[in-house]
Design a protein around this ligand. Structure first.
Ligand code: PHE
Length: 447
């Protein structure tokens, strides 16, 4: 059954949805920490430079394939590439999408549990050690994280069931501004904390002596992950962007939105960490163990706690919608089935994968790959291998194999926008991006 493809109804809607995909857990718990550890504002400047020069051209390559191919991640490659074999890159991206979703949904489920616990005032008067035990018990219970993960999948299914415009776009148009407001409020509350200056300096004071060659690789990895590159999400969203919209301006706006949100997240988080002199950490430990008891001690801590976990949930939801949509589009268009049936298939696949990820975190679990729990492996493998490889193949395809006039049409929206920008982007896609990405793969972990 052929179904009409969705499109984002307005530029703001497109930007909100794409920014929704980009702004996720990576921005909230990873970026501020990585920035702080690697030179603060010095890292920030390097990050912005790298995003403009390298990540945006790669993102544009994905958008070009999606908008030109006008289909799901797999079919778009076949539609724009000179040979069918390129479809394999689309499949690689879809596999990446499944891997990212597998651990992402588990974490999103935790945020739901924490919203409920915050509402019940559960973190008040807790010590760091008690919080540690409580979180470990929660994860070790096995079934509780699975129930929350399933609830999260149902929420995704509900939004996606409404379609691209009425579901994803409408939801993002509400959630992204809401996310921004919550971040501003949380950062604002922290202005009065004794540790605010230290917290702000952690991410905003330039410290060039902390910058090494590894910093550049870290900035690149963080920037790629943050812009959801190489996992089918941006490619699929690209296929929903209207012809007249400038892909370049959408990419630049979204990139700056992600940096802004990440800095605000840092300002919302680190003042408390410095006020109470707890060790600076990142990832699940920071968000689910360190922060809750600290927030509970703030004036209005009850509300702050709830707001913070709602923020986390919104960030995770708008991201998971994009990844899930790439799978839904694939199944709908390739199997010629209804959207609702495609959703059912996605739900089943992700439920099984996420359940295994959740179970792999129980003590003594034997669900491991390459010496890591499945949970850690899905994160590491997708970020370190799928992401750079798919990103590389996208720029090579668009830079070298798609006719130049086609790329020009897409990047200038058929002559509406600057030819100079197109020439610059094409140069970066052809020469600079492939070399830099290969260098990054050879020189170590990127995420
Ligand atoms: N950009 C998301 C984040 O920062 C992660 C992501 C990666 C989403 C790849 C989709 C695809 O959390």
């Amino acid at each position: 059954m052929e179904q009409e493809r969705g499109t984002f109804g307005s530029k703001f809607g497109a930007i909100a949805a794409i920014a929704g995909s980009a702004v996720g857990l990576g921005n909230i718990w990873k970026f501020p920490y990585v920035a702080g550890e690697n030179g603060g504002a010095a890292f920030l400047l390097i990050y912005i430079g790298i995003t403009l020069l390298i990540s945006i051209p790669v993102l544009l390559a994905e958008f070009t394939i999606g908008r030109r191919g006008k289909s799901n991640a797999y079919r778009s490659f076949i539609n724009v590439a000179p040979h069918k074999a390129w479809g394999a890159v689309g499949i690689l991206e879809l596999i990446g999408a499944v891997l990212v979703l597998s651990f992402y949904c588990v974490i999103a489920g935790w945020s739901l549990e924490y919203i409920v616990q915050s509402c019940a005032g559960g973190f008040e008067g807790m010590t760091q050690a008690q919080m540690d035990t409580q979180f470990n018990d929660f994860v070790a219970s096995g079934w509780r994280p699975i129930v929350w993960m399933a609830a999260f999948l149902v929420i995704n299914g509900f939004v996606l069931g409404l379609g691209v415009t009425k579901g994803i776009e409408r939801c993002s148009k509400f959630m992204i501004p809401a996310l921004f407001c919550i971040l501003v409020m949380l950062a604002g509350v922290n202005l009065w904390q004794p540790g605010f200056k230290e917290g702000a300096a952690f991410i905003l004071k330039p410290n060039w002596s902390a910058v090494t060659s590894q910093t550049i690789i870290k900035a690149l990895g963080q920037s790629f992950f943050s812009l959801s590159i190489g996992m089918a999400a941006m490619l699929t969203y690209g296929s929903y962007i209207k012809r007249q919209e400038s892909l370049v301006s959408v990419s630049v706006i979204v990139s700056f939105a992600t940096v802004l949100m990440a800095v605000l997240a840092g300002l919302a988080i680190f003042p408390s960490v410095f006020t109470y002199h707890v060790p600076v950490t990142s990832g699940p430990d920071l968000v689910f163990k360190t922060l809750p008891p600290l927030f509970a001690q703030l004036p209005g801590g009850y509300v702050i706690s709830i707001l913070f976990f709602v923020l986390l949930f919104f960030a995770a939801l708008t991201t998971s919608l994009s990844i899930m949509e790439s799978l839904v589009a694939f199944f709908t268009e390739e199997l010629h089935i209804k959207r609702i049936s495609a959703l059912g298939i996605c739900f089943a696949i992700i439920f099984v994968c996420s359940t295994l990820c959740a179970l792999s975190q129980m003590p003594d679990s034997s669900i491991t790959i390459a010496g890591m729990s499945l949970f850690d492996w899905t994160d590491t493998f997708s970020s370190n291998y799928v992401l750079p490889l798919a990103g590389l193949l996208c720029v090579v395809l668009v830079g070298w194999f798609v006719p130049k006039t086609t790329v020009e049409h897409e990047l200038t929206s058929s002559g509406r926008y600057s030819l100079f920008v197109f020439k610059f982007v094409l140069f970066m896609m052809r020469y600079v991006c492939p070399i830099v990405i290969m260098f990054m793969c050879i020189n170590g972990r990127i995420h």
